[in-house]
Design a protein around this ligand. Structure first.
Ligand code: NAP
Length: 281
């Protein structure tokens, strides 16, 4: 399989690039700011999601069978929403399959548990942009796989997957480099970035389409997540201060649990829960 990872220099993108190469894929990847210092058999191409013509040219140039879009521009609508549609249009023009990565941020938390059939009801700009991207991608390419996921977690500072932003925050709070609190009523289903990459590549290989929920098996609060990371990485957990988001804010979804019943029926890749992959060995 020849795969193009859009956003190959990001946290998920880097893991995807490595996992695809390890599976014997021919791997192309895009960067936006600067070409990553990445060893391995990967061909890097510059790409700007805001530019539909450039996206079309990049996808066509690679001759890829599958595009995995792991890029986003946070609350920047032109990148996160419109850019995702540009990627879908480019994949369609090149007759490539598309796996688009979305987020649990498309949900408000009012219902707590969300299955694949649930419609977005975002309450943040980022969530709205991710929801718009889902709608646009599915309109342009109904056969695409749209994959909602949750907090991405790696292996810690010395592990092969490195650390994501959520682990980095825990390290900074525990060392005193940053001040802040971890909410005990803000609940998500963190997923290991390598498990997610495996699931995305399985969807790519099978050219599967539709809505998928690929989150970890355990729903944990930000505070419990911080304590688990602290235990794994030998940090001083007593420096992690808990609080309640419903009291101290900022406004946003409290409890969002992605339920992946339909996804589990088709995926072989196991998505471990945070209590399992963060357990101290
Ligand atoms: N991180 C999480 O906890 C989490 C949770 C739920 C869902 N997700 C979703 O998972 C996916 C991967 O997230 P991540 O945390 O791995 O992302 P990330 O580390 O922030 O990486 C974002 C990527 O997007 C690229 N990018 C940004 N602006 C661009 C532009 N204008 N044109 C082209 N590329 C651009 C960046 O390229 P450069 O680095 O070259 O600038 C980078 O490779 C995203 O769809 C995100 O919404 C993430």
């Amino acid at each position: 399989m020849r795969v193009l990872v859009v956003g190959g220099g990001g946290f998920l993108g880097r893991t995807l690039v490595q996992a695809a190469a390890a599976r014997g894929c021919e791997v192309y990847a895009t960067y936006h700011s600067a070409p990553p210092r990445q060893v391995g058999p990967v061909r890097w191409l510059p790409a700007e999601l805001r530019d539909p013509d450039e996206m079309t040219a990049v996808v066509r140039k690679t001759g890829c069978d599958v595009v995995v879009n792991a890029a986003h521009g946070k609350a920047d609508w032109a990148v996160t929403a419109q850019g995702a549609v540009h990627v879908a249009a480019a994949a369609l023009a090149a007759q490539a399959h598309l796996v688009h990565v979305s987020s649990d941020a498309v949900f408000s938390g009012t219902e707590v548990s969300y299955g694949e059939e649930c419609w977005p009801d975002p309450v943040t700009v980022y969530g709205a942009a991710k929801a718009a991207a889902e709608t646009g991608v599915r309109a342009v390419m109904p056969s695409a796989a749209v994959v909602r996921t949750s907090l991405l977690v790696g292996d810690g500072p010395l592990g092969p997957a490195g650390m994501g932003a959520h682990e980095r925050l825990v390290h900074d709070l525990a060392s005193g480099a940053r001040s802040g609190r971890l909410f005990s009523d803000d609940v998500r289903c963190p997923v290991h970035v390598a498990d997610l990459a495996g699931a995305l590549l399985e969807l790519a290989e099978g050219r599967l389409g539709g809505m998928f929920h690929c989150a970890g098996a355990d729903a944990v609060s930000r505070l419990e997540f911080g304590q688990l990371v602290a235990a794994r990485d030998g940090l001083d957990a007593s420096r992690l201060i808990g609080d309640e988001r419903r009291v101290s804010g900022p406004p946003g979804p409290l409890e969002v649990r992605l339920v992946g019943q339909q996804t589990r029926r088709v995926l072989r890749t196991r998505l471990r829960g945070a209590r399992e992959f963060l357990a101290v060995e």
